[in-house]
Design a protein around this ligand. Structure first.
Ligand SMILES: Cc1cc2nc3c(=O)[nH]c(=O)nc-3n(C[C@H](O)[C@H](O)[C@H](O)COP(=O)(O)OP(=O)(O)OC[C@H]3O[C@@H](n4cnc5c(N)ncnc54)[C@H](O)[C@@H]3O)c2cc1C
Length: 390
């Protein structure tokens, strides 16, 4: 193992890998990526892969929009499938307040280059009868959103990183300690000591907080259980495109999965989990409580046999927005606020720019910097799962 790097990236998930990739494209110098297990093994490959540019703030919209393009471009660069399926996406409004908030976001999204429209229940019934539109006031819709197959995303970005000469990807390499040394850092890992000018903390839901604590930096990222089930088949699967749909108030979403469907949900009563372990126990009690809700919204899922069920820890920040910052000289932090599949490629791009040039693609400071958590909070991504309050 060579020991001197321009930067050591801790975490080989969607965020760390995409940052390494963009830094290498910039000719940044020698880059090490240290991953405790294997590239993509964390939240990345356990996720649902919902991808949307229909965010609830400027940063959320831009990161979603850019990521969609980056996934597709990487597939072309590698000569492989991108893993992205364009399906369109309905975000369903249950209340008058939601309808107003969703309508208010249309203009922001269009300004950011995202095609977005309001769809009323009659039009919704005609286009996508799988949803019981009588329960909703309508939805916002984007034709270009869709989903990725997470294992393919992990494969592509790992392969892209692995073939860059400037990057050494060390798997089964846990970072145990980070020590300031001269103008840089000494990173102690289970595979030896690395000397570096800079460190990027991209250690995901199970590591980013602890990695920060190694240098007395508070990183307000928490982890909570999030659950997924898949159905092998559904009644009336649409003949053409099978769009994604998200009942925001209920915190439940559905997308196609092979000839069936995938459903994701978060229990709003779930509490932050500080154990550092993946919360892999599927909560069947909550499943049974939530079942009448999703069966009412998507009646064609009612009574369908479940082919897979899993749970894992999802990351979140108090405002559901990402963290892109340098809280101490040469020590950078990157976190996705629970949206690391839809934002990962663009977060990597912006982080690489920030490390290399000190700028962040014009994203508003109050939506990305750590200082926002100590002052009065101005922004929030309103299109998010019901994560627990801190
Ligand atoms: C069930 C579920 C469904 C989800 N669905 C979606 C979705 O539909 N859309 C979406 O946008 N997001 C979704 N997410 C969230 C998304 O998966 C995450 O935001 C994203 O994967 C975070 O990427 P990451 O690189 O920060 O973290 P990870 O992928 O967890 O990568 C961090 C890596 O750091 C490593 N690490 C930690 N500590 C150390 C250490 N000390 N030394 C070395 N390595 C270390 C870990 O092993 C891990 O591999 C979902 C998450 C879950 C759990």
């Amino acid at each position: 193992m060579a020991t001197t790097y321009e930067i050591v990236i801790v975490g080989g998930g969607n965020l760390g890998l995409w940052t390494a990739y963009h830094l290498a494209k910039r000719g940044f110098g020698r880059i090490a990526v240290c991953e405790r297990y294997w590239a993509g093994f964390g939240a990345t490959s356990r996720s649902a892969g919902m991808i949307r540019a229909q965010g609830g703030s400027e940063t959320a919209v831009k990161l979603g929009h850019w990521s969609l393009e980056l996934y597709q471009r990487l597939g072309q660069e590698l000569g492989l499938g991108s893993g992205f399926f364009e399906t369109g996406y309905y975000i369903l409004a249950s209340t008058e307040e939601e309808e107003k908030a969703f309508r208010d976001l249309l203009e922001l999204r269009r300004r950011c280059g995202v095609e977005n429209e309001w769809v009323d229940p009659d039009e919704g019934k005609r286009r996508f009868p799988m949803v019981d539109w009588d329960r909703f006031r309508g939805a916002v819709y984007t034709p270009n959103d869709g989903y990725v197959h997470p294992p393919i995303v992990a494969r592509n970005i790992t392969y892209a990183v692995h073939r860059e000469e400037a990057i050494d990807l060390f798997e089964e390499c846990t970072v145990e300690q980070i020590e300031p040394a001269g103008s840089g850092y000494r990173v102690h890992t289970t595979r030896g000591v690395l000397e570096t000018g800079r460190v990027l903390n991209a250690a995901g839901p199970r590591g980013v907080r602890d990695l920060g604590a190694m240098l007395d930096v508070q990183v307000p990222v928490s982890a909570a259980r999030h659950q997924i089930i898949t159905f092998a088949e559904v009644d009336q699967q649409p003949a053409g495109r099978f769009p994604l749909s998200f009942a925001l108030s209920e915190g439940i979403y559905v997308r196609p999965e092979e000839q069936g469907a995938l459903l994701g949900m978060s229990n709003p009563e779930e509490r932050a989990d500080r154990s550092g372990r993946y919360q892999i126990t599927y909560d069947w009690e909550y499943h049974e409580r939530a079942r009448p809700v999703w069966e009412a919204i998507w009646p064609s899922l009612a009574g369908k046999p479940i082919s897979r069920a899993w749970a894992a820890s999802i990351d979140y920040t108090p405002d559901h927005l990402p963290i892109i910052d340098e809280p101490r000289q040469g020590f950078f932090v990157l976190a996705a606020g629970g949206h690391g599949m839809m934002w990962g490629p663009a977060l990597g791009m912006v982080m690489a720019e920030f490390i290399d040039e000190g700028t962040a693609a014009g994203l508003p400071d109050e939506e990305i910097r750590l200082a926002r958590f100590t002052g009065e909070r101005k922004s929030r991504d309103t299109i998010a799962l019901p994560f627990p309050e801190e």
